[in-house]
Design a binder for this molecule. Structure first.
Ligand code: CO8
Length: 375
């Protein structure tokens, strides 16, 4: 895609007040697993049930780079009689949980962009999951901000943010919207199976938002011209959640293990790293740059080793910490918000003319990227 007068002019990060350390999570999981193994000792001995393996905080940090994660609600997650957050149900007239998370990040992004509701025509709420099917969370957010125009929700797992940014870019480039708010309220904790040793540690809750507009209307002190963007998908069953209404008709527990997040993490690692590196190289070259011209890589945050491998493939060397910032240690994997957290926390130091790339990769498989130049 060719160079344009479309810019990212503001970004917002909202972080929940609660956090859960690896140690807290592992203590709860291990207590749950030990109780399960004791209660089912006979069946396990008879080979009718598989013993639950124990987790380790040391393994989690070494395998993923994650030390802690934020939680929208912490209550319930560490309770071995519950093993899921206890989120109070809100009435239909009240602000929904995800709309609240979205508004928190959207207001920061609007502020950073020096924009108000009157400058926005389109709201996209894009994330790995929305708490209801309709009305769209985006329309609720639009209503509360007092934005004319329209909003819709999009689900593309870990690439939801970058794919939505491409929709925003296209809309502004085509003239169908003057300004677009892309918001990613990633409420991942209700989707996590906290009784699954292999994935109980992966995800955290957070919300990010970005304002996209035309160069001609931009008043922001930190703005980035979008030089190119690309969305790419290749079908894979290696990361899945089967949750949906059909479960009700299939007479299965709507929240059984197969309907929550599960993955073949090793295969994902092996297959996605080369795809992401190739995608990034092609995108940078498509806008007439070389990988060495890129000052900063704001990469998806799923796994530290994954990001190190991708950058090594691209640059032929390890990246300096400020070339490809990592936020996993504090935030864990926040689905589509990861690359935007990295952007929010690590962009203001860039100089005019510096180049950077936002890139996500994950379930689908899906890969999305935007090549940016600081104005
Ligand atoms: N504690 C202790 N030991 C463990 C644990 C644990 N918690 N988990 C695994 N082990 C053990 C295993 O049993 C295994 O032992 P052995 O060698 O004896 O068999 C050993 O450690 C190694 O296990 P793995 O092969 O599973 O471990 P890896 O080193 O591959 O690391 C990772 C596991 C961290 C999962 C790694 O494979 C990874 O990160 N892969 C990339 C996955 C990825 O990027 N996934 C993206 C998913 S997110 C996404 O796409 C968005 C989805 C939508 C969001 C949904 C929100 C909920």
């Amino acid at each position: 895609m060719s160079s344009s007068g479309v810019v990212i002019s503001g970004a917002g990060l909202w972080t929940p007040q609660y956090s859960i350390s690896n140690e807290e999570l592992v203590d709860a999981y291990n207590a749950w697993a030990e109780r399960f193994n004791t209660e089912h000792a006979e069946a396990i001995a008879a080979g009718e049930l598989v013993e639950k393996p124990l987790s380790s905080a040391e393994f989690i940090e070494k395998a993923s780079g994650i030390r802690s994660r934020y939680a929208y609600v912490k209550d319930g997650v560490l309770d071995i009689d519950r093993m899921r957050p206890k989120i109070p149900r809100r009435g239909e007239e009240d602000l929904s949980h995800q709309a609240e998370m979205a508004l928190n990040a959207a207001n920061i992004a609007l502020d950073h962009a020096h924009k108000t509701a009157a400058d926005i025509d389109m709201v996209i709420v894009s994330c790995a999951y929305t708490e209801r099917s309709y009305p769209a969370i985006a329309i609720e957010v639009q209503h509360h901000l007092g934005i004319a125009g329209f909003g819709f929700d999009m689900l593309v797992a870990c690439s939801a943010a970058t794919f939505a940014l491409q929709r925003a870019y296209d809309a502004v480039a085509a003239g169908s919207a003057r300004g677009v708010l892309v918001i990613n309220p990633e409420l991942t904790s209700p989707q996590v199976n906290y009784t699954d040793r292999d994935s109980h540690f992966i995800f955290g809750d957070v919300s990010t938002a970005v304002v996209v507009e035309a160069e001609t209307t931009c008043q922001s002190p930190h703005s980035y011209q979008v030089l190119g963007s690309k969305a790419q998908t290749v079908y894979s069953n290696n990361i899945r959640s089967n949750f949906g209404y059909v479960a009700r008709s299939e007479d299965v527990d709507a929240f059984c293990a197969e309907n929550l997040f599960h993955q073949n993490g090793r295969k994902v690692f092996k297959e996605v790293c080369p795809m992401a590196a190739e995608h990034l190289q092609q995108q940078v070259e498509a806008v007439g740059l070389a990988v060495d011209d890129i000052r900063r890589w704001w990469l998806h945050q799923a796994n530290l080793n994954m990001n190190q491998l991708i950058v090594r493939r691209l640059l032929g060397r390890d990246a300096e910490p400020d070339e490809a910032p990592i936020v996993l240690d504090r935030f864990a994997n926040t689905a589509s918000a990861g690359s935007l957290i990295a952007f929010c926390l690590h962009h203001e130091d860039l100089q005019s003319g510096d180049h950077g790339v936002i890139c996500s990769f994950g379930a689908g498989y899906s890969i999305g990227s935007l090549v940016l130049r600081k104005r």
